[in-house]
Write a protein that binds this ligand. Sequence first.
Ligand code: SF4
Length: 373
Amino acid sequence: MAGIYIHVPFCRHKCSYCDFVSYPDKIDYAEAYMACLYKELKMRGEELKDYEFDTVYFGGGTPSYIPPKLILGAMNQIKACFKLAKNAEITLELNPGTIGENKVQTYLQAGINRFSIGLQTAIDEQLADLGRIHNARDYVYATKLLEGQNFSTDVMLGLKNQTKADVQKTIELAAACGSRHISMYALTVEDGTPIYTDYLNGELPDSDEVAELYEFGKKLLEEKGYKRYEVSNFAIPGYESKHNLNYWRRGEYIGVGVSASSFMCGRRFTNTFDLDEYMKCIISGFYPAVSSEQVEEKEAKFEYVMLALRTAEGVSMKKYKETFGTSLGEDFPEALKKSVKYLELSGDNLRIKDEYLYVQNSILMPFIEEMEQ
Ligand code: SF4
């Protein structure tokens, strides 16, 4: 299985917590940028003729901010340059503040069959605090436009003054509007973002409080029929994100656009984070990758385990052996001993017990230590 990721780096406004490569003041570049992106798609497509791709994901930034004909153009180019599986999952990230009926029509015409909506919270004061450009009503409007479509909703935990009742209101709104998939993740506070000041001032919930919100949200989601299949991802069975499952299964993917990362043939590479440099490289016919490394076997094994243990299905012992020729027990004997009380075997799969999945980072520590020896 393989995926294609397309990075669209334009936003109407920079959110207070955002450290993604996204520009709030460069929408005038959108057309020229996408023309470069089409060219990068062509360059990559020529190299990857033998591959079949199962997923496409437009992320950002705000892909729904740029003129929709540019998304249609990207999809036409993908279809012309790559072999796409018949039932490919094609997702577009959508900000509720940037959507209208005509846009949705063009997306459907382009073949988009899954949408990922950044709601974050149904509490308008919290949205304003985050610098989001939309309110809860805009979300409801967006979901009405997407009626009958497959869409996911992002929910954020750890916001200023956020209570369990706020989390409940957010999840209930997403469920009532027909979201088949909910990503519920904790706000990560990055140094250099405006929200970092709130963090330093002690205005954000601490990690124990966030863990409580998470447990509360998880229980509510499960009551509503959303099954957790990865630490932050819940879906009505059958609506799991294939694109993200491919990442967690350490599948291959090609990333196109400024700052996009790829993992192909055991090699990881990342494009420049600089918009001008990206466009100059492409116009001159060069790949814009600024870092590239062949992943060593030891690291590959650790990555495989780390990614799989984020998921509810865990690591398939059989697939691990088929992939690396050695068993998990041979490669990580000490880590397995140290983590034994957190792990369980279900058939062929070794996974983190349900009650410990949220704290998987600490459970993975012994695996990191053993990899570094
Ligand atoms: S919409 Fe997303 S990418 Fe854009 S500024 Fe906000 S968080 Fe960043």
